[in-house]
Design a protein around this ligand. Structure first.
Ligand SMILES: CC(C)(COP(=O)(O)OP(=O)(O)OC[C@H]1O[C@@H](n2cnc3c(N)ncnc32)[C@H](O)[C@@H]1OP(=O)(O)O)[C@@H](O)C(=O)NCCC(=O)NCCS
Length: 174
């Protein structure tokens, strides 16, 4: 995704170097959906089943990626996104609790952005809880900007309400 910015090539090189060398990102496949559901259940109070992942994945314009150790069956993270009429959205992204903070989220987002550039998509949207610091850090580094806010959109397991932020990343050479 960095072909158009020389400094970003350098950044990309160091990210590759720092990330465990045996990590690969691959398109989300039918064999991955039960693993994806297991990862989803680690992070969300209303987890999606393997069947729900499969149903979403079969829809036109929906695609995803997993990250895993090279040769391993079990993914360490998954992202699912949808593209329609030039506008894309992240449906979900989650990294295994034990593998967070190692660049896997960034790798999933980089692959998603690369895919969208290849498809000549114009923009990528997502919703994120206002208090989700790791996710917000990831998105801000990727130049997402806040374009909206849904008050009291999420309900935490303890019943408290959290605002959702709507973030947008404009795509294309910039
Ligand atoms: C959001 C999530 C996918 C990020 O994945 P990850 O593999 O941990 O992210 P990365 O290692 O690529 O780190 C991305 C940035 O977040 C930062 N970060 C990671 N964990 C963090 C934490 N606990 N607190 C603050 N920042 C954190 C990293 O330092 C990195 O910033 P940097 O580029 O300045 O170093 C992961 O935390 C997750 O699965 N969370 C639960 C599900 C979720 O909230 N999904 C997003 C819903 S919108």
């Amino acid at each position: 995704m960095y072909w158009y910015l020389p400094w970003a090539w350098t950044l990309s090189f160091w990210e590759e170097w720092l990330r465990p060398a045996d990590t690969v990102a691959e398109p989300l496949a039918a064999d991955d959906v039960e693993w994806a559901a297991a990862l989803h259940s680690q992070a969300f109070s209303q987890p999606w089943s393997g069947d729900e992942f499969a149903a979403l994945l079969s829809q036109r314009g929906t695609f995803g990626y997993v990250v895993r150790r090279s040769g391993a069956v079990r993914p360490l993270g998954v992202v699912l996104a949808r593209l329609a009429a030039g506008e894309a959205e992240i449906l979900t992204i989650v990294v295994d609790k034990a593998a967070r903070g190692k660049g896997f989220g960034r790798l999933l987002m980089d692959n998603t952005l690369q895919h969208l550039h290849a498809e000549r998509a114009e923009s990528l949207f997502l919703e994120v809880e206002e208090t989700n610091a790791p996710a917000l850090k990831l998105y801000r580094h990727l130049r997402f900007e806040e374009v909206g806010r849904r008050p009291a959109y999420y309900t935490a397991p303890d019943g408290t309400k959290q605002n959702a932020l709507i973030l947008k990343r404009t795509l294309g050479p910039s």
